[in-house]
Design a protein around this ligand. Structure first.
Ligand SMILES: *Cc1c(COP(=O)(O)O)cnc(C)c1O
Length: 585
């Protein structure tokens, strides 16, 4: 493969104007360089940027040992194993080396290149930083091994590699025209200090950071925040920050308004001209979390071509010949005959049901309504909400029509609540045996996501509001004509039209503002009511209307909640390169 050749220096000299920084990027199903929605979104962003021929380059870490491989024992206890993946099959090493300073020592950083190819010949180069070099001390060689692994010290060191190492690597590779730096979540915020450092270097003598330098950095930076709760933001103690970053860089932090804990979100906010949340509501929530900063909303999307099952790809190829280049044309799915949508769905469902039965022996039936629930196993996603009252659930299945449920998802290695949730789903599966088939597929990844999102009949989403900043798995489902049954949080506030694109659980303005226990009961009751009164009767006895809903899921939601629309919004609202093109001549 040509891509496996060593790249010469000249190859890397391109024209990108935008540099995209992300701790995780889902680049290919075989590359375990992502943990969940954030990384998949980053990958979809780059795929659409390549489609649209946007002059972009991206930086992340190599994650040699991946996030982790999930093994579940019979009781549903999670065991984590490092992933060995064939780096050379996907990436080619570059010759350039840069150094970063960590705790008074220098660490050498190398990189691998991968090119994300677009539908019309455009491409986005991605650099995956790697410290596993013989020049480095043994511990430093592990710095780019594990995504979200280790302790705070390891994490902060990784962020030095991403922010400083990433910036210096782009410079070393010859990317001299970069005008915008997009930080995908706060992990990349040290980039602000790297940019500041460069501006400072041109001033002698180097003194306290003048405000105009911070403003000059801000001019170039764009920050997307993804977490609606303060606890979700990376923070480090002043001692740790000082230990890793040293006097000089801590003085810059102070000039950026930090005199206590190092809060990566605060740093990114302070250093960015354009800041956005990832759905309308999340923008509002973020604004109340960070008063004083103007926060915009650009709602997430998914890369439709990546997430459409093969049967839907060929359906769209037949009816919407431009859809691969122009994902907005999914809007025209409104004219696809219902029977063909149903047939494409039956094919996607057949593949899922066969997979479930082969992997778990759960005895799934192709004619039974299948609920899908797959995402990171985090407590706020409330994976067990559907089992709030299992007797009621079983009775509904008996009276209104049979149901089967497929789950998948990994818990972060240090998230005991998430692990408990997986275990609990396994217990409930056993209790419900013979009444409601429940399957848990292990090692959730992009391949499984595509299978499950397309093959389910209804996509279930039950986050505790307002914790779901956006959510994207329901968008993947929509691209495959699968309607959502979801709490009104994140993107669903925008995507939900009752009985048209799917069904809500609860109201937009939460009737139940009680503590979580009250909210759980309230949402579970609504979930059961919708299943019993609307969804099951519609699925089993009014198939034509169910297919109408599938069609609207594609046309209204697939046509909008895709990364082509999203990247166009970043281009117009956040990057605003028009003036930059003119300046470049
Ligand atoms: C899309 C995706 C997610 C995000 O799912 P949400 O329901 O939006 O949280 C997580 N993990 C993988 C592997 C995905 O493909």
């Amino acid at each position: 493969m040509a891509e496996q050749m060593h790249l010469s220096k000249s190859v890397a000299v391109g024209q990108p104007l935008v540099a995209y920084f992300s701790m995780e990027i889902g680049l290919a199903p075989g590359m375990p360089t992502y943990a969940g929605g954030l990384g998949v979104l980053a990958g979809d962003t780059l795929r659409s940027a390549a489609d649209l021929d946007i002059p972009m380059v991206a930086v992340t870490l190599l994650h040699r040992r991946g996030y982790f491989h999930q093994r579940l024992d019979e009781r549903g206890l999670q065991h984590e194993e490092p992933v060995a993946w064939p780096i050379n099959d996907f990436c080619a090493p570059v010759d350039q080396r840069v150094v970063v300073e960590i705790e008074n020592r220098t660490v050498q950083v190398g990189a691998w290149q991968l090119r994300v190819k677009g539908e019309s010949g455009g491409e986005v180069p991605v650099y995956l930083l790697d410290t596993n070099l013989p020049e480095n001390q043994p511990w430093d060689r592990t710095l780019t091994d594990v995504l979200y692994g280790g302790d705070d010290y390891y994490r902060l060191c990784q962020e030095v590699v991403l922010g400083f190492g990433g910036y210096r690597m782009l410079r070393a590779l010859g990317y001299g025209r970069l005008r915008r730096f997009h930080m995908n979540e706060g992990h990349a915020a040290l980039l602000v200090l790297a940019l500041l450092e460069e501006k400072l270097a041109s001033r002698v003598p180097e003194q306290a950071v003048p405000a105009d330098l911070i403003d000059a950095v801000r001019e170039h930076c764009v920050f997307t925040t993804h977490t609606p709760v303060p606890a979700g933001h990376d923070q480090y103690s002043p001692e740790l920050a000082h230990r890793v970053l040293g006097d000089r860089r801590c003085a810059w932090l102070k000039a950026c308004g930090h005199d206590h804990r190092l809060n990566m979100t605060q740093l990114a906010l302070r250093g960015s001209r354009f800041i956005n949340g990832v759905a309308m509501k999340h923008g509002e929530v973020s604004h109340s979390l960070f008063p004083g900063y103007p926060i915009h909303s650009i709602t997430n999307g998914v890369h439709a071509v990546t997430w459409a099952a093969p049967s839907f790809q060929s359906l769209y190829d037949r009816h919407l010949p431009d859809w691969r280049r122009d994902q907005l044309s999914l809007r025209y799915a409104i004219s696809i005959p219902g029977e063909e949508i149903w047939n494409a769905h039956q094919e996607a469902k057949r593949v899922l049901v066969e997979h479930v039965n082969r992997e778990t022996n759960a005895g799934f039936d192709r004619d039974v309504l299948t609920l899908g629930f797959a995402r990171r196993a985090a407590a706020y996603k409330r994976g067990t909400l559907i089992f709030h009252d299992i007797e009621r659930l079983a009775r509904i299945a008996e009276l209104a029509g049979p149901v089967q449920i497929v789950f998948s998802g990994k818990a972060h290695p240090r998230d005991q609540d998430g692990k408990d949730m997986i275990h609990k789903v396994h217990e409930l599966r056993d209790i419900l045996r013979g009444r409601i088939p429940v399957a848990y597929l292990t090692n959730y990844d992009m391949t499984l996501a595509k299978l499950v999102c397309a093959g389910a009949d209804v996509w279930l989403n039950t986050p505790l509001p307002p914790m779901e900043a956006s959510g994207t798995s329901g968008m993947k489902a929509a691209v495959n004509g699968v309607p959502s049954l979801s709490v009104l949080d994140g993107w669903w506030i925008e995507g939900h039209v009752e009985d048209v694109t799917g069904w809500s659980i609860g109201d937009r303005v939460e009737a139940c503002t009680e503590p979580q226990a009250g909210m759980d009961a309230c949402h579970a009751a609504e979930l059961y009511r919708k299943l019993e009164e609307k969804i099951l009767p519609c699925f089993y006895r009014d198939r034509g209307r169910f297919i109408e809903i599938m069609r609207h899921a594609i046309a209204l939601n697939g046509g909008f909640f895709n990364t082509q629309r999203m990247v166009a919004q970043y281009l117009h609202n956040a990057y605003r390169l028009v003036g930059e093109y003119a300046r470049l001549g």
